[in-house]
Design a protein around this ligand. Structure first.
Ligand code: IDP
Length: 139
């Protein structure tokens, strides 16, 4: 079933580099409504759990270290066709391949430190939203 919500994180690189405001502006200018929002930090165990699907990948340790090293912004976004449209707005995983006008083209520095996360399916959007936000925090 298609939903109208997706989940995002502004990753530690983009928070540390001062891009929270500009990235939120790109998100809202892209037609997304912010329905949940917080500044938080993942523990190592949180990052391991969030990215458990990548546990067998060679970059997993690097990814967990990166994602837990500093604050992130977590958010739930609402828009028609949210998951697919948000993946378009963030651009390719590797910023060298990201299209002009995408968040990763503007703010990602490498394939690992790529500024933002976007859920890749409706099912994962729901799982990832519940990972970060209690029901009463989802407006
Ligand atoms: P996505 O975030 O565009 O969906 P995935 O393939 O699901 O990309 O990978 C999850 C995250 O893992 C990426 O956003 C990136 O931070 C990291 N990652 C992916 N591939 C590499 C790599 O080759 N080296 C280091 N980190 C990587």
């Amino acid at each position: 079933m298609a939903t109208n919500r997706t989940f995002t994180m502004i990753k530690p690189d983009a928070v540390a580099n001062g891009h929270i405001g500009n990235i939120l502006a790109m998100i809202t200018n892209g037609g997304f409504k912010i329905v949940s929002l917080k500044l938080t930090q993942l523990t190592v165990a949180d990052a391991q759990a969030f990215y458990a699907v990548h546990a067998a990948r060679p970059f997993y340790g690097e990814l967990v270290e990166f994602m837990s090293r500093g604050p992130i912004v977590a958010a739930i976004l609402e828009k028609e066709n949210a998951v697919e449209d948000f993946r378009t707005l963030i651009g390719a995983t590797n910023p060298a391949e990201a299209a002009e006008g995408t968040i990763r083209k503007a703010y990602a520095t490498s394939i690992g430190e790529n500024a933002v996360h976007g859920s890749d399916s409706d099912e994962n959007a729901a799982i990832e939203s519940a990972f970060h936000f209690a029901g009463r925090e989802q407006f």
